[in-house]
Design a protein around this ligand. Structure first.
Ligand SMILES: Nc1ncnc2c1ncn2[C@@H]1O[C@H](COP(=O)(O)OP(=O)(O)OP(=O)(O)O)[C@@H](O)[C@H]1O
Ligand SMILES: [Mg+2]
Length: 294
């Protein structure tokens, strides 16, 4: 069984390489305190270029907080974040967005009064039509750019199989369709790495399959690197390698989906919280499946 625990993950982070390839994001001894709560404790991990890395762990493990730190929404209390080798610790989300680092939120953040297409068209930054001067004096340039962005949005809608909903108000989408729209927003610009926070939560099986398919296509055809938080172990097992497990703010284990789900510390961490997301059967099945190679 190939299972790395925290100390070896740290060693990899320092070396800057791993079997998965060059690190796109390196998190080095990052901590975050909220008053008296130590939400993230000296976390070191790396997300390899071209991987779909899973981040799992019981409720309150610190996963979203770590995403918020990497994507610039929170400043870490201590520690360093590197993107493509550059220290980006404390950069604002828009600066990271400009470097191709995008994230979606645990709760979808659509503009509900706008149409689905308009939600996509809002994403590209610095549109000439946003300036009154341009609108008055360069209407041709504004119209051309808007057409280009509209065509891109229609291409994305086609990719997501949401074309029939292009003119629907985003508020009227189902929970799963809103998650697809969130994924679509990441396709309106040239993303390098996309962080997905529970993109499958509250989504029915059919749409979950569609979302998984979209992630696989973006990874394969557009070369996106992904890091995704998810509680659904089947979803994680289908998409992710490696999987990093957090518990109580720290990294507990890293390895293939089968290996981490069979890890007794991981199972204990889930059972210990009484989490509604506990999947002891899934863990037991994974343990059984992983036994021959253990
Ligand atoms: N803004 C905040 N202020 C104070 N405490 C916070 C804040 N954000 C998170 N926490 C606390 O930090 C800890 C980690 O929370 P976080 O949301 O990162 O967990 P999570 O792993 O994403 O959990 P879940 O699976 O339930 O989404 C929790 O104890 C949480 O209550
Ligand atoms: Mg969370």
């Amino acid at each position: 069984m190939s299972l790395d625990t925290q100390p070896s993950v740290r060693a990899d982070a320092r070396a800057g390489t791993s079997p998965a390839g060059v690190a796109m994001v390196e998190v080095d001894r990052v901590s975050k305190w909220f008053g008296g709560i130590h939400a993230v404790r000296e976390v070191s991990l790396r997300i390899g270029r071209g991987t779909i890395t899973g981040l799992i762990g019981p409720n309150g493990a610190g996963k979203t907080t770590l995403f918020n730190i990497i994507a610039g929404h929170y400043k870490p209390t201590s520690g360093t974040i590197r993107l493509d080798g550059d220290d980006v610790t404390g950069l604002e989300p828009h600066a990271l967005f400009g470097r191709g680092l995008l994230r979606t939120f645990q709760l979808a953040q659509e503009f509900h009064s706008l149409s689905v297409r308009e939600n996509l068209m809002m994403v590209p930054p610095d549109q000439p039509g946003e300036s009154l001067l341009n609108a008055w004096f360069r209407p041709g340039a504004v119209a051309a750019r808007e057409r280009e962005i509209r065509d891109k949005a229609d291409e994305v809608l086609d990719f997501l199989t949401l074309t029939h909903l292009a003119d629907e108000r985003a508020a009227n989408l189902s929970g799963g369709q809103k998650k697809l729209l969130e994924l679509g927003r990441t396709m309106m610009v040239d993303a390098k790495i996309v962080f997905l926070d529970e993109v499958g939560a509250g989504v029915n099986r059919t749409l979950l399959n569609t979302i998984a398919g979209v992630i696989e296509r973006l990874h394969r055809e557009k070369g996106y690197t992904f890091c995704l938080i998810e509680h659904d172990m089947d979803f994680i097992a289908r998409l992710c390698d490696p999987v990093i497990v957090m518990a109580e703010g720290a990294v507990l284990a890293e390895g293939t989906p089968g290996a981490v789900m069979a890890n007794e510390h991981v199972i204990e961490a889930y059972l210990g919280t009484g989490s509604k997301h506990v999947r002891p059967q899934a863990a037991a099945q994974a343990a059984a499946a992983a036994k021959p190679s253990a």
